[in-house]
Design a protein around this ligand. Structure first.
Ligand SMILES: Cc1cc2nc3c(=O)[nH]c(=O)nc-3n(C[C@H](O)[C@H](O)[C@H](O)COP(=O)(O)O)c2cc1C
Length: 337
């Protein structure tokens, strides 16, 4: 008998652990259907951005160009400008259309960094039928007068404000740059997060040397980027019961398996699906199942967390020891060119 892939994420029952994270492919009916058909277990719609709500002057076109101009490698799979809604009303209409036409869970996404009037849209997403809400908190702490604890407080306030607004399962998508991530994650959970999506990929601006302009630059991820979520999910798994989803660098079945091994409940994909098309999900799920069957796993639950830090034969490998060992072994093997 084949291994069971069923998975729980937040409180949702998923047919398997592979999800499509927020991105252009989850923004259009045709690609949403293609993702569902290829076996993806749930989709996160592209975010409704705080700026779209608070300042109506942002044009979705500009936003879209910002996201697509700089990665020509994926252009063949990129939907037209229409993948990102222009404002809240259109967002809610798309959400409810997606809910009506898909059989898999549909997660709405809010993206912002301040508590404010825009947070009320969480409620409207709930009313429009979202199965869960993902809150993508994206802020750059750039003020020398603001201590780290105050920055963290802003995250907590935001999660508290959204939690007070909705009863939906709530996932929070964050970056990794916190002094004590496990403690911060516990604070987010106390504030009402049911799950964490780890990690956000921030856009690092580049400089155009001819025009002397700061350029927005977005590149699709590379597989090695998964190592950061792997380390932290391995560490967090033993300390929190909240759902954990891995995002960044998941391109193959092997990547999904690694995420599950360290303790992720779900593995999310955007870049790889953009590069290869929604059909990639079918291949990944087939390979995941074969891998489990060959090793006689009965289910993904049996696999999950078996290499979290606590369960790993060498827990130190997720900490400093790994660093020293890697440096010394590199130095030992190095031959000057
Ligand atoms: C073109 C593009 C658009 C994205 N749009 C969103 C978005 O609207 N909201 C969000 O939370 N993340 C967004 N993301 C981030 C992805 O959901 C994902 O977390 C990130 O790309 C890392 O996963 P990957 O390595 O599988 O690409 C976007 C990513 C890309 C490449």
């Amino acid at each position: 008998m084949s291994a069971r892939l069923e998975t729980k994420y937040l409180s949702l029952n998923l047919r398997n652990p592979l999800m499509a994270s927020a991105g252009p492919l989850t923004g259009r009916p045709d690609t949403l259907h293609a993702l569902e058909e290829a076996g993806v277990a749930a989709v996160v719609l592209p975010s409704l951005f705080e700026e779209q709500i608070e300042h109506d002057d942002i044009e979705a076109h500009r936003l879209f160009m910002y996201q697509t101009e700089s990665f020509a490698e994926s252009l063949s799979h990129l939907p037209e400008v229409g993948a990102y809604p222009t404002g809240p009303d259109e967002y809610l209409a798309r959400l409810s259309a997606a809910k009506k036409s898909l059989g898999i869970p549909v997660i709405a996404s809010l993206n912002g960094c301040t508590t404010g009037g825009w947070v009320r849209y969480a409620k409207m997403m709930q009313e429009a039928g979202a199965d869960a809400l993902e809150l993508n908190i994206y802020m750059v702490a750039d003020d020398e007068c603001e201590p780290g604890a105050a920055v963290e407080e802003r995250y907590i306030d935001l999660v508290t404000a959204v939690r007070e607004t909705v009863t939906l399962p709530l996932a929070v998508k964050i970056g990794c740059q916190f002094s004590s991530l496990p403690n911060f994650v516990q604070q987010l959970v106390h504030a009402g997060a049911d799950g964490l999506v780890l990690f956000n990929r921030y856009l690092e601006p580049d400089i155009d040397l001819d025009k002397l302009e700061v350029l927005p630059s977005l590149h699709l991820s590379q597989r090695h980027e998964l190592r950061l979520p792997l380390r932290w999910i391995a560490i967090l798994r033993d300390q929190t019961r909240a759902s954990l989803a891995a995002t960044s660098g998941i391109h193959t079945a092997a990547d999904v398996i690694k995420a599950l091994l360290v303790g992720a409940d779900a593995a999310m994909m955007t870049s790889a699906l953009l590069q290869s098309g929604p059909g990639l999900a079918r291949k990944v799920l087939h390979e995941l199942r074969s891998w489990l069957d060959e090793r006689e796993y009965e289910s993904v639950d049996q696999l999950r967390g078996s290499m979290s830090r606590k369960n790993c034969p060498d827990p130190g490998a997720f900490e400093r020891a790994n660093y020293m060992r890697a440096l010394t072994s590199y130095t030992a093997e190095y031959r000057a060119p």
